[in-house]
Design a protein around this ligand. Structure first.
Ligand SMILES: [Zn+2]
Length: 223
């Protein structure tokens, strides 16, 4: 029996900084790479027996770009004392900084629910949908919205409450377009862009943590 190494610690050097990389060998078919902004490190999941040089060239190609994308998402905090980005506008909420997490969450959730309930009703009519979706809001880490077609509800990420209303609505259109098509094929985007022509610009603002949608990050051309 030959034991396989399960995990290794590497260092990835980029722009004069060393970033730890945990390389996990797993029973999988392709490489997966994550950058963790809090830890400032990478986690790379690699298939067993994958050539080391290929992992290295994969890191060289993707790691820096991935890190910058993740960092830009964490660029501005939606809170600063009592100042909260609410629907894309810095808004003073008296006493907000003294509230506990539960109270903050409850308040923001209600704000978003109120907005989404009205918006989704309007958009369902506009898109001639037969389904009336129930709106749910919860904290989600990696998704902005999920359409549970079977249950007839759509769950939205609480984080959306900080964004400008048309940016939030682009997520509503996206999830409602899944009423027509489940996947993200050409037909899906045709429906989506018909109702939300500026979808891609709004979507970019979302990915950049650009709450007011007015300060797009200039990107170096991606090679
Ligand atoms: Zn989708």
């Amino acid at each position: 029996m030959l034991a396989m190494k399960k995990s290794e610690e590497w260092i990835f050097r980029d722009e004069g900084h060393d970033y730890p990389v945990t390389v996990n060998y797993r029973n999988r078919r392709s490489l997966g790479l994550r950058y963790r902004n809090e830890e400032k490190d990478y986690v790379c999941n690699v298939p067993y027996r994958f050539p080391r040089e290929e992992v290295i060239s994969f890191l060289q190609k993707h790691a820096s770009k991935l890190r910058k994308r993740v960092e830009s998402r964490h660029r501005i905090s939606p809170y600063e004392g009592d100042r909260v980005y609410l629907f894309g506008e810095p808004t003073i909420i008296e006493g907000f900084s003294t509230w506990n997490e539960v109270k903050k969450e409850k308040y923001l959730k209600q704000q978003l629910l109120d907005f989404l309930s009205l918006t989704i009703e309007k958009d369902e009519k506009e898109m001639h949908l037969k389904t009336h979706y129930q709106v749910k809001v919860r904290k989600m880490k990696s998704l902005w919205g999920v359409n549970h077609l079977k249950q007839g509800d759509i769950t939205f990420a609480l984080m959306l409450v900080h964004y400008r209303k048309d940016i939030i609505e682009s997520v509503v259109y996206h999830e409602l377009a899944h009423d027509f098509y489940r996947g993200h094929g050409k037909c899906f985007y045709q429906v989506l862009l018909k109702y939300c022509p500026s979808y891609w610009a709004l979507h970019q603002a979302l990915g950049e943590g650009n709450y007011d949608g007015n300060h797009p990050i200039k990107r170096k051309s991606e090679d």
